[in-house]
Design a protein around this ligand. Structure first.
Ligand code: DQQ
Length: 547
């Protein structure tokens, strides 16, 4: 069975065709959000990489512009890879990106807007003095890339980090500059870990308030600094946060946090090479991440497209200071249309019901609150799973394995008779640390499609909530978009994005169910499922009004 084009997204960012990967140079500049991204202008597989460019005034509707940065010079002749934008104090934005030079070395180049009076900043100029940072002696020149947004220290110097590796050790190496032109490496890396290459590092301040200030300054007074890296070995992203001392450029992660595979993730699903920016218009930090396909390369070539961007997420520190919290930017709620509502409906163990009333549940935003009626029915947490990651537990106890408390949640993109369905659910165990329940959130795509050439990984993360304290209540929000199921558990504490390829649950054939496959009854206290309109993706045919 072939995957069909009814799987293109309606409100997740996608260009009309071809391959995309990492978001790049994301920024807000004079009323306009810029999204650049890794793009193959010639096909639906990775290669020929340029920076494609799109602009928006609301992070919802996008105007597609011609590629902004593409190979033109010896310092980027073999590709223009990932990088970031920095808005300088005089208001000029500057991009730094990784160029693949004639010797296939990874070097860092800067580019400046050609015409600051163009509200879309369409054209970018690369000064002849590039590259501004080349791999030093003894450095791994084929693993030295993805510069972050720069920040300025109290001494006035700019700093940024670049991802690299030294044998198996991943590093975020620090560089400093007075003029954004001449850069000197710091003696010590900002941080490192025994994890393999660190791609796409990101480093930024957060507080427990979703609203952020200027974004400058060191840690202290409730401000923590987040360091995120993308591990090319596992294709997952991990973060720590802790104290950053501006004067000495020392970063010390909080003691409870681990680097690498045992660490915290932004997303426990298909989400990679992400990058944040400070949105000065709305005083928030916004996270962009790329979701790859999980069908085959052959299917991508047939479809003519591959890759989407996740919905931009606001990110901040949880009130207990133990993790980050993420939530889709409020702007996407402007796409909400007709909605179906369920209140105080009991779902008996072993039962399910359809959420009816939507013309299609292929493009929907679902907010649900569940209440477990009998937490005592929770199964003991198998001591053999201690230290195991959530994905291992969920693979052992999928959506169809009957439990004590849960699995309960949604069947998204379900066909008639739900022969196809993607299960997003919680499962609760007794006997966690300190006697707390262990709450697991999973995305089980094993029944998501009748097609046979798909990679269908189970994704899962633990949810750090004390479910007994909340009276058995837990919330789930799921953004459904044809081939995307992007979920936020417990108000954004655990997030899972999954790509699925239904063959029957497509367009107006897609349905939505609530299911409970546990012993304990579960009540749906509230559920609102909104049909989502499509975002407007236009090309730049019309000259915008200059202001
Ligand atoms: N993708 C880019 C690299 C980056 C990787 C190349 C991460 O710069 O390290 O397309 O997906």
């Amino acid at each position: 069975l072939a995957v069909d084009d009814g799987l293109r997204t309606g409100y997740h960012f996608q260009p009309p065709k071809h391959w995309i990967n990492d978001p790049n140079g994301v920024m807000y500049y004079k009323g306009v959000y810029h999204l650049f991204y890794q793009y193959n202008p010639k096909g639906a597989v990775w290669g020929n990489i340029v920076w494609a460019h799109a602009v928006s005034t609301d992070l919802v509707d996008w105007i597609m512009l011609p590629p902004a940065i593409y190979p033109t010079a010896p310092f980027d002749v073999n590709g223009c890879w990932s990088g970031s934008a920095t808005v300088l104090p005089d208001g000029t934005p500057v991009i730094m990106y990784t160029g693949i030079d004639g010797e296939n070395r990874q070097v860092q180049n800067v580019a400046y807007p050609k015409d600051l009076s163009d509200p879309y900043l369409r054209e970018w100029v690369k000064p002849d003095y590039n590259p501004v940072i080349a791999p030093g002696p003894g450095m791994n020149a084929t693993a030295f890339r993805d510069p972050t947004t720069a920040w300025q220290g109290p001494d006035g110097l700019w700093r940024l980090v670049i991802g690299t590796k030294d044998n198996h050790r991943g590093l975020a190496v620090l560089y400093r500059s007075r003029d954004f032109k001449r850069w000197a490496p710091a003696k010590r890396a900002l941080h490192s870990g025994d994890t393999g290459m660190w791609e796409c590092p990101d480093f930024y301040p957060v507080t427990t308030s979703p609203a952020v200030g200027s974004g400058g300054g060191g840690s202290g007074n409730g401000t923590k600094h987040v360091l995120k890296v993308s591990l090319d070995l596992t294709r997952f992203e991990y973060y720590t946060f802790g104290e950053y001392d501006h004067a000495t450029d020392t970063y010390v992660p909080d003691a409870a946090l681990a680097d690498g595979n045992d660490g915290l993730r932004y997303d426990y699903g298909n989400f990679y090479a992400s990058k944040t920016f400070l949105d000065t218009a709305k005083q928030r930090r916004v996270l962009w991440g790329w979701a790859n396909e999980s069908d085959s390369a052959t299917a991508d070539i047939r479809k003519g497209w591959a890759g989407v961007q996740a919905i931009p997420r606001k990110v901040w520190l949880s009130s207990d200071g133990k993790q980050l919290v993420q939530w889709p930017v409020a702007e996407i709620e402007s796409l909400r249309g007709a909605h179906a509502n369920v209140t105080d409906t009991l779902v008996a163990g072993g039962s399910h019901f359809e959420v009816t009333g939507l013309a299609s549940a292929a493009q929907a935003d679902v907010e649900a609150s569940f209440q477990v009626m009998d937490l005592d029915k929770a199964e003991p947490f198998d001591p053999a799973w201690r230290g195991a990651d959530a994905q291992t537990v969920c693979a052992a106890r999928g959506a169809d394995a009957r439990g004590g408390v849960g699995p309960f949640g949604l069947w998204a993109l379900a066909s008639d008779e739900h022969g196809e369905r993607t299960a997003v659910f919680f499962r609760v165990f007794k006997g966690g640390d300190g006697g707390k329940h262990v709450v697991l959130m999973c995305n089980d795509p094993s029944m998501s499609s009748h097609a046979d050439d798909l990679y269908k990984p189970t994704f899962a993360g633990f949810v750090d909530v004390d479910i007994a304290q909340t009276g058995g209540k837990i919330a789930l929000r799921t953004l459904i978009d044809h081939s995307v199921v992007e979920s936020f558990g417990a108000h954004g504490k655990t997030c899972i994005l999954s790509r699925v390829y239904p063959t029957k649950a497509v367009g107006d054939k897609a349905r939505l169910y609530v299911f409970n496959n546990g012993e304990s009854d579960v009540k749906v206290t509230h559920l609102n499922a909104y049909e989502m309109r499509s975002a407007k993706i236009t090309s730049d045919a019309v000259e915008p009004t200059k202001r």
